[in-house]
Ligand binder design. Structure first.
Ligand code: NAP
Length: 302
């Protein structure tokens, strides 16, 4: 039996990745309604409504973009004008429904979700998704470096700041392309993992001493780690690519003053590999919705 058969799912806003998500939901038997998306005339079995309130009425699941909901309730919509998630719309969902997507910054919406007994699943906390997304992120970061550098990755020297899910995959991929890599972390386990990957394990205190010899630095730490003092130790032709969520971890004003090229590169999976990133998202969302539906059915049976 199709695992999502009969489950009412609304997909609102987003970008090309959600096209893969919608296809997968439909293939799994869900009743899919889209809002602020172009699929309405293109995918069989997918309905569309103009407004979110109408779409979510009596539905069990609302999928919002992975970028989340802004403080004013607006969500990212690549294809149509931005829409706002109104608290009043949520009240129309099925009781114990699921709202899944990125972080919700609107306090009014968070409170309303709680009052209504709706569950919010924040994909920013999904470890499995982050590990899988590290692959298109690393490839996108390297693509950017290749576009800006006059030398090959092979034989070049890079530092990767932060060796979490993204940093480790990036360090490993750079090594596979023949680069020499320094992996910088504060955590002994991550440094041990670096060593295992033939990446030079480097505590933060050791960063300043080797910055001058680097072709480039990739940052994955979402805190200011590459400050003016460290930037001043870099060669002027060193390329800095910051992958950490806004505002990143680099003093960009100082980099500009010092004549160092530094770029904040966000949302790479959706930009460089929307189909792969969409399939990753589709797999995770399907699994999470199945888990939620199973939980409700078990609850109803007990
Ligand atoms: P992660 O697994 O949590 O890794 C973060 C790394 O940063 C860890 O090594 C962590 O060390 C370190 N760190 C955090 N705060 C620090 C601090 N104040 N000082 C020193 N080290 C610190 O996260 P991730 O999944 O790799 O993601 C990293 C960042 O990239 C996030 O901001 C994420 O939103 C972003 N991201 C961007 C893209 C893109 O397309 N640009 C794609 C995916 C993710 P500890 O473990 O010791 O805390």
């Amino acid at each position: 039996m199709a695992p999502l058969r009969g489950v009412g799912v609304v997909v609102a806003g987003g970008d090309d990745r959600e096209t893969e998500v919608i296809k997968e939901f439909a293939a799994q038997g869900a009743r899919v309604t889209v809002v602020a998306r172009p699929e309405r005339d293109r995918l069989a079995g997918v309905a569309a409504t103009a407004g979110l309130a109408e779409a979510v009425t009596g539905q069990a699941v609302l999928c919002l973009p992975i970028s989340g909901v802004a403080a004013d309730g607006s969500i990212r919509c690549k294809f149509e004008p931005q829409i706002v998630v109104e608290a009043s719309a949520l009240a129309r969902m099925e009781p114990e429904g699921l709202v899944v997507g990125g972080p919700i910054k609107s306090r009014a919406l968070v409170e309303r979700l709680k009052e209504l007994g709706l569950r919010h699943l924040d994909l920013a906390d999904d470890d499995e998704l982050a590990v899988l997304n590290a692959v298109p992120t690393a490839e996108g970061a390297i693509q950017l470096a290749m576009a800006h550098l006059p030398v090959t990755i092979h034989g070049s020297k890079f530092a990767v700041l932060g060796l979490g899910r993204t940093g480790l995959t990036l360090a490993r991929t750079l090594r596979a392309l023949g680069a020499e890599v320094w992996g910088v972390a504060r955590n002994g386990v991550q440094l041990a993992r670096a060593k295992e990957l033939t990446v030079h394990p480097t505590p933060w205190e050791g960063l300043g001493a080797m910055l001058g010899c680097l072709t480039g630095v990739f940052n994955t730490v979402p805190a200011l780690v590459l400050d003016r003092r460290l930037l001043a130790a870099c060669a002027r032709e060193c390329l800095i690519i910051d992958l950490a969520s806004a505002p990143g971890g680099v003093d960009f004003a100082a980099a500009e003053e010092l004549g160092i090229r530094a770029e904040l590169a966000l949302g790479l999976p959706g930009k460089v590999a929307p189909i792969t990133a969409g399939r990753i998202l589709a797999g995770i969302l399907t699994a999470r919705i199945r888990g939620h539906v199973r939980h409700l059915r078990l609850g109803a049976g007990s």
